[in-house]
Design a protein around this ligand. Structure first.
Ligand SMILES: Cc1cc2nc3c(=O)[nH]c(=O)nc-3n(C[C@H](O)[C@H](O)[C@H](O)COP(=O)(O)OP(=O)(O)OC[C@H]3O[C@@H](n4cnc5c(N)ncnc54)[C@H](O)[C@@H]3O)c2cc1C
Length: 463
């Protein structure tokens, strides 16, 4: 546990997006006396990376809408000394100081408490041609600016490496800008954290929307267009596929170099190990967001599921504890949702496959039911897959897909998971009903009722 912050002490935060600015803001609210310095190597703070696909698509027109508060707001309104273009290079735990470079000069700054909120970085495979102009990555707002400029310069064909949610959101964004999109995925299915019987719904949507999908396909590299220096071809399965731009969306990894080189412990996931107070192996150093682990409420073990929701909450906890508080982070279920063209897809807890990998006795049900009462026009089917313990009926996870009403219905099941409910309890929840919003038997209740019939009947059975 960090020692109480002394009067007028200094909190240093490295990283100024979701976790970092949440930490700094919480600390300021609790401790007007403390000096708070944020080092951010980029030029933007507190922006919504989650909205960048919609900025690229043109759905969100103004860049400023992605920035919740800018650096000046934090300096002026919250007395937080935000230093942009300031990259932390070295952390000295013994001296309690961080060396950083800003504007061509290098200096060291001491801290009483340090919050590491360095986030994650895209995985960049050493493929031939990966550094060619036109091979793009999306992590920051500046990355989104580059992608936007590339499209506006005229791009007809885009190749996307990776069919995770960022790759698929960007497939929609590029399509919206008139480009023909090809997605390459090494694994046999898109959205690999979903079970194949759910991700195939997403695959159908992609194909219906004109996306060319190459599953189980390894991209071997890129070549420039003939007579040019920009990317012109993606190389896969012995073929050269003509392309005007490439987005590499093949996963992210936690940005842990600063922590690891100082001797801060990493967990088995590769992210920074923290306790429920976000404290690392050094009592004066806390970590939050995509650079750190979080306790998974189903497995009870640390997991690394980098999401903005978690980053904001962990940041708040870290900020409070860094200045002497005693807040705890309640853990994650990995709840996420995404829009793939006209489809809403959502997930919480474990999939059947991941629950089996955990050695749990897994059963599942998969049902399809209407999003609204059948009497009310405009509804559409929602498919719910509910994953539960075959013996006890404990809810382990759920996945959903449909054209409306999915993204928020998943939260009911996330709540059930956090409360360690069984499918019987879930089937008894008093959910709302009115024809425009839901049928009297909501798809979640139907799935839970079907699951109740299976509990104890088919131990270990695969759903
Ligand atoms: C396209 C896209 C869509 C997404 N959509 C969703 C979504 O719909 N829902 C959701 O929950 N999550 C989503 N996410 C994930 C979400 O954006 C991240 O989980 C969140 O940004 C993590 O916040 P963070 O503060 O931990 O890290 P980051 O946002 O990665 O910020 C870390 C910051 O630290 C800075 N930094 C790193 N090292 C140093 C250093 N040595 N010195 C100084 N500064 C440093 C970096 O420049 C960076 O600005 C999306 C992400 C992307 C890229």
């Amino acid at each position: 546990m960090p020692s109480a912050m002394r009067e007028g002490g200094r909190l240093l935060v490295v990283g100024g997006v979701a976790a970092g600015m949440s930490a700094a803001s919480r600390a300021r609210r609790l401790r007007p006396d403390v000096e708070i310095v944020v080092l951010e190597k980029g030029q933007d703070v507190s922006y919504g990376a989650c909205a960048t696909p919609y900025y690229v698509a043109g759905v969100i027109e103004e860049r400023d809408r992605l920035i919740r508060y800018d650096a000046d707001f934090f300096r002026r309104e919250r007395r937080i000394d935000v230093r942009l273009g300031a990259e932390a290079l070295e952390l000295d735990l013994r001296r309690k100081s961080v060396t950083y470079r800003a504007g061509g000069t290098t200096e060291a700054t001491a801290y009483d408490a340090l919050v590491l909120a360095t986030g994650a970085v895209p995985v960049k495979f050493p493929l031939p041609g990966i550094d060619l102009p036109g091979v793009l990555f999306l992590r920051t707002l500046e990355d989104a600016d580059i992608i936007k400029r590339t499209i506006e310069a005229g791009v007809e064909r885009v190749s996307i490496l990776g069919a995770g949610y960022i790759g698929l959101e960007m497939a929609e964004a590029f399509s919206a800008r008139g480009a023909a999109v090809t997605v390459f995925e090494l694994l046999p299915n898109v959205l690999s954290t979903y079970d194949p019987d759910m991700s195939e719904i997403v695959e159908r949507e992609l194909l219906d929307q004109g996306v060319i999908l190459h599953k189980g396909t390894r991209v071997e590299g890129f070549e420039p267009a003939s007579g040019g220096d920009r990317v012109g071809y993606a190389l896969a399965s012995g073929r050269r596929i003509a392309t005007d731009a490439v987005l590499v969306a093949a996963g992210v990894k936690p940005a842990t170099a600063l922590a690891a080189s100082a001797g801060i412990e990493l967990g088995a996931t590769g992210a920074i190990r923290v306790d429920a107070r976000q404290v690392t192996s050094d009592p004066s150093v806390l970590a939050a967001g995509d650079c750190s682990e979080a306790l998974h409420v189903v497995t009870g073990r640390p997991a690394w599921i980098p999401l903005g929701t978690t980053a904001n909450k962990q940041g708040k906890v870290a900020g409070e504890n860094a200045v002497g508080g005693n807040a705890r982070f309640g853990g994650i279920a990995g709840t996420n949702t995404t829009k793939v063209f006209d489809l809403e897809v959502a997930q919480t807890g474990l999939s059947s496959a991941s629950a089996e990998r955990e050695g749990l006795r897994v059963a599942s049900v998969r049902i399809t039911a209407g999003s609204r009462a059948h009497t009310y026009p405009g509804g559409s089917p929602i498919t719910v897959k509910l994953v539960f313990d075959a013996d006890s009926g404990r809810v382990l996870g759920a996945q959903m897909a449909g054209r409306e009403g999915v993204a928020k219905r998943i939260d009911t099941i996330a709540a059930a998971i956090h409360a360690r409910m069984s499918v019987t309890g879930l089937a008894e929840i008093d959910m709302s009903y009115a024809p425009p919003f839901a049928p009297v038997w909501d798809p979640v209740l139907i799935a839970a009722s079907e699951a109740v019939k299976k509990v104890g009947r088919s131990p270990g059975a695969r759903g």
